[in-house]
Design a protein around this ligand. Structure first.
Ligand code: BDP
Length: 326
């Protein structure tokens, strides 16, 4: 008797927790983020979650896991593609080898300025790049800012010549490898979270990134020479797994899309503030910052990269359209 009763009780508990789990899983959107909680991307993603919960009266709960708690970027992107993670924000470089159209936005000097990048991405070109991502199971909802990226190393970088033979960490992208090799440097793809140690232990001499990442990652402590060649202005995308997106009602899709777009507006304001703060902090730490009045040596060195990647008609046509935007 007791045995049978106990068995039933276990069954009931299992059933109940199963039901609870199912309803929690349906309600929760799980987000990946590689940056610390006070970073502009992180604050904006939290704001996205808040807006979605408020506007659905708590029906859709949202949680973003910061600081790469859910894994390094490339692994996270795989998870977002198959639905283990519902949404994320990251720059377009790791999509280069997955969605060729994104290469046009990460080619060196493709954009004239950050404002130009926003005009392009907020318009039809950005919409077409987002549409191309659907083949990779990703629905792009909004574009965040991430400024311009420049090189840094633990040895002086006063001009393009100083990059020769220097070991530079890159994100996992053929375009980035080609870009670094075109400068006569050696490219090593390494996940973001491992770069600090890689510089410290001499696996690489340096890397490349924007002011806030250079500062918040602590790379500025390990690689004190920063040369502002501003080779790329890479958009960051707010993506949702296609399966997660398709399951949302039309009304919830609208709520989620609007919240993502509003979070992007907030992120862009926070970004400008953080860029200035990070620069101040790095300069105060005594790092060597080299400004380049004339970037033509860098621009010229990138010709082979364009020959290699812009010859793909998918990339070429996006690039032509980027260049046609004023
Ligand atoms: C940061 C981007 C992030 C990249 C990282 C990197 O925000 O998406 O993962 O650079 O270099 O600026 O890997």
């Amino acid at each position: 008797m007791i045995k049978r009763f106990a068995g039933k009780a276990v069954c009931l508990t299992t059933l109940m927790s199963g039901l609870l789990l199912t309803s929690a899983a349906q309600a929760d959107l799980k987000g990946w983020n590689g940056h610390p909680p006070d970073y502009p991307v992180s604050v904006a993603m939290d704001q996205f979650g808040k807006l979605v919960s408020e506007r659905t009266d708590g029906r859709i709960g949202v949680k973003t896991y910061h600081s790469a708690q859910l894994g390094e970027q490339d692994d996270a992107i795989e998870q977002i593609q198959f639905g283990g993670i519902d949404f994320a924000v990251f720059n377009l470089v790791p999509l280069n080898n997955i969605v060729p159209q994104t290469q046009a936005t990460t080619l060196p000097y493709a954009f004239k300025s950050v404002e130009h990048m926003h005009r392009v991405m907020d318009g039809p070109v950005g919409a077409d790049i987002a549409a191309a991502m659907e083949s990779a199971n990703l629905v792009g909802l909004a574009w965040y800012d991430s400024g311009a990226r420049s090189f840094y190393a633990n040895k002086p970088l006063n001009s393009i010549q100083d990059l020769k033979g220097v070991k530079i960490r890159v994100q996992n992208s053929d375009v980035n490898v080609a870009m670094v090799e075109a400068l006569g440097a050696n490219a090593t793809p390494i996940p973001y979270g491992e770069v600090y140690t890689a510089i410290q232990s001499g696996v690489v001499d340096g890397a490349e990134n924007n002011w806030p990442s250079y500062e918040s990652s602590g790379h500025y402590e390990a690689a004190k020479h920063y040369i502002l060649d501003q080779h790329t202005i890479v958009p960051e995308v707010f993506v949702v797994n296609k399966g997660t997106w398709d399951k949302l009602s039309a009304e919830d899709k609208e709520i989620v899309r609007t919240a993502a777009l509003e979070s992007a507006q907030l992120q862009r304001t926070l970004w400008a503030e953080r860029e200035a703060k990070s620069e101040e902090l790095v300069r105060a730490a005594g790092n060597t910052i080299v400004e380049l009045e004339d970037k033509s040596a860098f621009i010229d060195a990138m010709k082979p990269v364009y020959e290699q990647f812009a010859s793909d008609p998918k990339v070429r046509s996006i690039l032509d359209r980027i260049q046609a935007v004023e």
